[in-house]
Every structure is written in structure tokens, then in C-alpha cells.
Design a protein around this ligand. Structure first.
Ligand SMILES: [Zn+2]
Length: 96
């Protein structure tokens, strides 16, 4: 079971720089250190969704990326087999 602060499993992650003036402290999903919102950090959005977004330290994200985690959408797409286009599928179905 993953806790509410854990990063959800996703096929790809959108990473964007973030910081704000809010007096908030986030919990990084990669380490136990605190992350004040005013510090420059990374906002992680699993598959571009804000629902399960997490705030993480820049160093932690770099380490995770170096370990092959947190693939971007482009990197994930590159691993996917190409699907035949609509017309290719249509004609294949008709051909006997
Ligand atoms: Zn961290």
C-alpha cells in the first residue's frame, strides 16, 4: 500500500519547476527531508494530472531520473510500439 505522500505509479510524468510564496511545507516523495514551498523545487504530475501531483527536491528528481525513473511523456512514447493508422487497420480487416 502506498501512503498519501507516495508518488503514484504512472506511465510517464510531467515535471515542471515550481516555487511559491505560500507558507507551506511539502513532503518530498523521495526523501524524508522537508520541502518549503518557497524553495525552488519540482512539481511532478503523473501523466499530466494534477490530482496526484507531488512536490519534490530538484536533487531528488535528478537522482530519480538518473536511476531511470520519472520518464517524460516523450520518453514513454518512444518505448511504445507504433500502432497502424486508422486506414491501415481498416484495409487489413477487409483483406482476406
Ligand atoms: Zn527530496
Amino acid at each position: 500500500m502506498s501512503g498519501p505522500r507516495q508518488l503514484v505509479e504512472a506511465r510517464w510524468y510531467e515535471l515542471r519547476p515550481s516555487h511559491s510564496g505560500q507558507p507551506r511545507t511539502y513532503t518530498c516523495p523521495f526523501c524524508p527531508r522537508k520541502l518549503p514551498a518557497f524553495n525552488e523545487h519540482v512539481l511532478i504530475r503523473p501523466e499530466g494530472s494534477g490530482e496526484n501531483r507531488r512536490h519534490a527536491h530538484i536533487a531528488c528528481v535528478k537522482k530519480a531520473r538518473a536511476a531511470g525513473r520519472l520518464p517524460s511523456r516523450e520518453e514513454w512514447l518512444a518505448t511504445q510500439p507504433r500502432r497502424p493508422g486508422f486506414f491501415a487497420r481498416l484495409f487489413r480487416r477487409g483483406a482476406r
